[in-house]
Write a protein that binds this ligand. Structure first.
Ligand code: WTA
Length: 664
């Protein structure tokens, strides 16, 4: 099935919001803001010159670049291509050299109450040591390293140690299974895995190393060593000539290391994300352009004043938000940030607000799903803490409904803080569409306008720009510095997925609407990608996981609306009767739903577990055999089932409805 097959018109595109409220910045905020309206003018007068200025101002280059953009081999872009630089040097060493070594880089808060404070000088030492160990373990410039760690300082240190020697990292979210880790290690041909014994989650140690052992036991990987951080002290299995303790090797290594200057277009990292087929895409980013846009957006969108702000992004480093807005953006800008290991409700539901109070957090960046969860828990919980230090709030990962936006501003921001709703993707590398807090009059629920230097549009089916008041597909019509440079090892899929639907433009896969003022409202995915709690999941990937179970003959998965998680995974399965009966006879029992939910967790990870699984006799298909997920979504969302006339067999929906009605 082509990735850009016909797009089903979901309810998203019909979602026409009318929002009258606006929140202009206070005059005091605007006067002290980093960004001003001039940025828009400068960028539109000379877009490439604008980006060149940002790259020169925000980064230190080993070799100055003379070229800005080469897009002659589109869609392959090359930014600042004749320049050279090092990402770790930019994130750490230059701040130390500028006399800021004693500034706190990371206030780390473990879930179990442990804390650590790392200054920029501390980071420089630790990263240098780790880089020396990577070299000792045979990793050199260009080799790939997989990182599978909890939210501990070593996660940032490991990423930057890789960057220091020019070894692209591939961070795999700690919640992914051994199976998912294996396929990512194989695809990137990683030579080394950096992991931990475990991390703390929901009040208890949660093991990580066993998943690495299981992934490597499957074979077919070029992994030579596993570097293991001791975090929880739990028992681990050990493979003597392969496994190396971090505390034994890194702590003993030399604390000086010369960063390797790489070409601006040298790959910095690969990050896997879900697409519309079963196989995750290895999105890869390069060094110069990515760092430029990371630093630029972090500074302007969050109004960063590095001398005084305490910034906190709650994302895990396993996602792109953790890459750009925990590791790279804040450190390149010399910010002081909070990093938290665990869940928001451990040991109590006020944990986040306690952290804000404790460290005097001024800028908070989180996801709508977290905000909605806090709303559900009630405003009296944050009210018990002093949140008056907060001055900018950010949202990312999924559309934020206006009510959640208002609650965020009122209850967390004391009705005083700007809220920035930031639209971007793993592929875009950094924020693309967002208000600027000192400039834009914010509208609850809208990401509003492309940032200075970014050009976006909303197109109709025929590729024509829609007028204000209409909806269509979001595209980016000009290349941007932090754009993906490709899908690792799959040029064809890169072209097909992003560049074939609207020739010359990047197709984001999101529906969007322009309101009467031309502000952009994001309306959710228009392809087979779901967004559950701000995490991207592929319907096809979960379907593949389900049909890999011997009991399942066929499966269809949809993302159904969910009040807290945005969307929830709902699966429809046709069972193989004999297989289930056989399992029954052999005394395995057959709690089909529990069995299949666990199977998905094992194949992909607990985040992909379906909220509900419905056993059906048939699935609705078109005459060409394509599953009509739109109809299944109607069922999953308890709606009247829509138009069934294109079904090969129109009685199928009755069968599903009757089946559900009579299900136990
Ligand atoms: C969605 C996360 C609406 C969107 C940074 C996009 C959003 C996908 C927003 C990318 C937002 C992200 N408003 N939708 N502010 N931010 N999205 O790659 O559907 O994990 O395509 O990157 O999340 O998810 P990804």
């Amino acid at each position: 099935m082509p990735e850009n097959g016909p797009v089903e018109s979901g309810p998203a595109l019909e979602n026409l919001l009318v929002e009258e409220r606006t929140f202009p910045p206070s005059p005091e905020f605007a006067a002290a803001a980093v960004a001003s309206a001039d940025l828009y003018e400068q960028a539109s007068a000379d877009r490439l010159g604008f980006w060149a200025d940002q790259a020169r101002e925000l980064l230190d280059w080993d070799t100055a670049f003379t070229e800005v953009l080469d897009f002659s081999d589109a869609p392959r872009a090359r930014w600042f291509a004749d320049g050279t630089l090092n990402a770790a040097f930019n994130a750490v060493d230059r701040h130390v050299a500028a006399g800021l070594g004693e500034r706190v880089a990371i206030h780390w808060e473990g879930e179990n109450g442990d804390t650590r404070t790392l200054t920029y000088a501390d980071l420089q030492r630790e990263i240098s040591r780790a880089a020396n160990v990577l070299g000792d373990l045979g990793v050199s410039t260009g080799d790939r390293v997989a990182i599978y760690l909890p939210m501990i300082p070593e996660a940032v240190i490991a990423m930057l140690a890789c960057a220091r020697i020019g070894a692209p990292h591939s961070v795999v979210f700690g919640g992914f299974s051994a199976e998912a880790l294996h396929s990512r290690i194989v695809d990137a041909e990683a030579k080394l895995v950096i992991t931990a014994d475990g991390g703390y989650r929901r009040g208890a140690p949660s093991a990580l190393k066993p998943a690495v052992d299981e992934a490597l036991a499957k074979g077919g990987t070029p992994v030579e060593h596993v570097l293991v951080v001791r975090r929880t002290g739990q028992e681990v299995a050990w493979t003597d000539d392969r496994d190396v303790w971090w505390h034994e090797s890194v702590d003993a290594a030399s604390e000086t290391h010369a960063p390797v200057a790489v070409d601006a277009e040298h790959p910095l990292f690969i990050l896997y994300t879900s697409g519309t087929t079963g196989k995750p895409k290895g999105i890869f980013h390069t060094t110069g352009g990515y760092l430029t846009q990371s630093a630029y957006t972090h500074r302007n969108v969050f109004d960063l004043h590095p001398e005084t702000d305490v910034y906190w992004c709650t994302a895990d480093i396993g996602w792109v938000t953790g890459h750009t807005y925990v590791t790279y953006g804040p450190l390149v800008n010399g910010a002081t940030q909070v990093m938290y290991e665990g869940t928001p409700d451990t040991p109590h539901r006020g944990r986040w607000w306690e952290i804000v109070q404790k460290y005097g957090v001024t800028i908070l960046y989180t996801a709508p799903t977290a905000i909605r969860t806090c709303m559900k828990w009630g405003g009296d919980i944050p009210a018990q803490f002093d949140l008056s230090s907060l001055r900018v709030l950010g949202s990312v990962g999924e559309p934020i409904n206006p009510e959640a936006w208002m609650w965020y501003r009122r209850v967390i921001g004391g009705d005083r803080t700007p809220v920035v709703d930031t639209w971007w993707q793993t592929e875009t590398g950094a924020i693309m569409i967002s208000p600027l807090p000192g400039v834009t009059a914010a509208k609850p629920g809208s990401a509003q306008v492309p940032l200075p230097g970014i050009v976006a549009d909303v197109l109709d089916d025929a590729g024509k720009s829609v007028p204000n008041g209409s909806g269509g597909y979001l595209v980016l019509t000009e290349p941007w510095p932090s754009m993906l440079r490709g899908i690792w090892g799959d040029e064809e899929r890169f072209r097909e997925t992003y560049w074939s639907r609207f020739p010359g433009s990047y197709f984001a896969g999101d529906g969007a609407k322009k309101d009467a003022d031309g502000d952009i409202w994001l309306l959710g995915r228009v392809d087979d990608v779901m967004n559950v709690s701000g995490h991207r999941l592929s319907t096809t990937e979960i379907e593949s996981a389900l049909v890999s179970h011997p009991w399942v003959a066929e499966a269809a998965v949809v993302g159904a609306q969910d009040a807290t998680t945005g969307q929830a995974v709902v699966a429809f399965v046709i069972l193989r009767a004999e297989a289930v009966e056989k399992a029954d006879e052999e005394g395995e029992g057959h709690d089909v739903v529990a069995e299949l939910r666990n199977h998905v967790a094992k194949e992909i990870g607990p985040i992909a577990k379906p909220r509900s699984i419905l056993v059906v006799a048939e699935l609705p298909k078109t005459r060409s055999g394509k599953i009509m997920r739109r109809l299944l979504r109607d069922v999953a969302e308890h709606r009247q089932v829509g138009d069934v006339t294109t079904l090969a067999d129109t009685s199928v929906m009755d069968l599903i409805a009757t089946g559900l009605a009579t299900a136990p």
